[in-house]
Design a protein around this ligand. Structure first.
Ligand SMILES: [Zn+2]
Length: 440
């Protein structure tokens, strides 16, 4: 593929290739290879149940946590640290960041914002490369897919237009590439372009979220579907029905993964479709509503710890996702923690008059674009009509101009087949607040 890169860029001039970034990644190759070996040893050999906890305890014992104000005053063991969530991270991100790090060697990635205002997460250079180049290898190994002879090209498809279109050569297998592209879910042509890209990449692995995969499937079925190596689905619930249709249409394995922008891929499926935690990097606990740990196998909120991102290590971070952790041997033969009864992020898409789906994640850019919006709620009142209730910060007396900009933005995001209205609202604090509702 490396030799074919200039031709790819000729055919797709809107994709960016950064040669400096490729050269910069070279230093990390031996470290990434070591980390991958470490992943294989810790996850597939019978050994410590939670090896990451030893690393974290050692990190605390060596006082590495003193650099981070959030962890400074809480003793030297994981259990002494308080759990915290998105609200705390959003309110004071600097408390979780290493202030001594050179800003030129860190990378900022924003969370999608599907549960609130996006959070700016800092990645160290090594962590960024780990996420970019090791994540897929780990997922393949877990799923029992042998990609040793030739690593496939990977196409990651996002709805977030700010994430950009780019291509990178994989430093660990320079015959392969990672391509990132964006689909505009309101435009059929965008899906047709994505299918053409999949054909062009010659049997790649496709990585995206269920709503994008669902829409892509509709267009792929209109002709001869492209040949795919595999499909990785993450970001929200993958239904059995969608999994089956993807697998039948593209004739390839479909692997579900559980990850977060803040910490990377926490767990991925084995060949028996159980979600195994990456125990070389993560410690996962389950807590009840009062914050107390629940027994193994009991359902609660998942809380994750990972220190391998030195720019922003997250210890005892509440995920907002519900599940249970079990540690007995899986039917795939591996002994290690697995997440069962997982009820994380069921993002319900809206069905439109044409039968296509509209994912609420398309509205992730809304709050960053309008910082004066404190909260909003979307209700589908009829199949072709939506209501947007918006709460502005109290400083804004004259809202007419803001509302007109909001309407303009929504018109650009919503499919033309639906209409909508924007109204002002003051939401009362309510733990059952649902941002995306359906009243039809
Ligand atoms: Zn398994």
């Amino acid at each position: 593929m490396t030799r074919a890169l200039p031709q790819f860029l000729d055919r797709h001039p809107d994709f960016i290739f950064d040669p400096e970034d490729f050269v910069r990644a070279r230093w990390a190759i031996p470290v990434l290879e070591r980390q991958y070996t470490d992943f294989l040893e810790k996850n597939f050999a019978r050994g410590e149940l939670w090896p990451a906890t030893s690393d974290i305890e050692q990190w605390l014992a060596e006082n590495a946590h003193l650099s981070y104000t959030a962890y400074r005053n809480h003793g030297c063991s994981i259990s002494a640290l308080p759990v915290f969530g998105k609200a705390e991270l959003r309110a004071d991100p600097a408390a979780y960041q290493d202030p001594t790090l050179d800003p030129h060697s860190t990378w900022q990635k924003d969370t999608t914002g599907s549960t609130g205002r996006p959070i700016a997460v800092l990645y160290s250079e090594l962590f960024r490369l780990d996420i970019l180049y090791l994540s897929i290898r780990k997922v393949f190994s877990r799923a029992g897919i042998n990609a040793a002879s030739h690593f496939p090209a990977v196409l990651s498809l996002s709805e977030n237009e700010r994430s950009g279109k780019w291509i990178k050569i994989d430093p660990l297998d320079q015959r392969s590439v990672i391509v990132h592209s964006v689909v505009d879910t309101t435009k059929d042509s965008s899906y047709i372009d994505a299918i053409a890209l999949l054909r062009d990449l010659d049997s790649p692995c496709l990585s995206s979220k269920p709503s994008v995969l669902e829409n892509l499937l509709q267009f792929a079925c209109q002709g001869q579907p492209p040949q795919l190596h595999s499909i990785i689905s993450g970001g929200s619930h993958l239904s059995d029905d969608l999994r089956m249709r993807l697998s039948t249409t593209f004739g390839c394995p479909v692997i579900n993964v559980y990850g977060m922008t803040e910490v990377g891929i926490i767990a991925s499926e084995c060949r028996e479709r159980y979600l195994h935690v990456d125990k070389s990097a993560f410690f996962v606990e389950t807590i009840d509503e009062s914050g107390s740990k629940v027994a193994e196998g009991a359902t609660g909120e998942l809380v994750v710890s990972r220190i391998t991102n030195s720019a922003m290590p997250l210890l005892r971070y509440k995920t907002n996702d519900i599940g249970a952790v079990v540690t007995e041997e899986c039917s795939c033969g591996v002994v290690g923690p697995r997440i069962i009864a997982f009820h994380g992020r069921k993002i319900q898409c809206y069905k439109l008059p044409s039968g296509s789906l509209f994912s609420p994640t398309r509205l992730n850019g809304f709050m960053p674009r309008f910082p004066m919006v404190e909260e909003f709620r979307v209700t589908q009142r009829r199949i072709d009509f939506f209501e947007f209730e918006v709460q502005l910060s109290s400083r804004f007396i004259d809202c007419s101009e803001i509302f007109s900009s909001i309407s303009e933005f929504l018109r650009s995001v919503l499919p033309p087949e639906v209409s909508f209205r924007v109204v002002e609202q003051h939401f009362r604090p309510d733990s059952k607040f649902q941002r995306f509702r359906n009243n039809i």
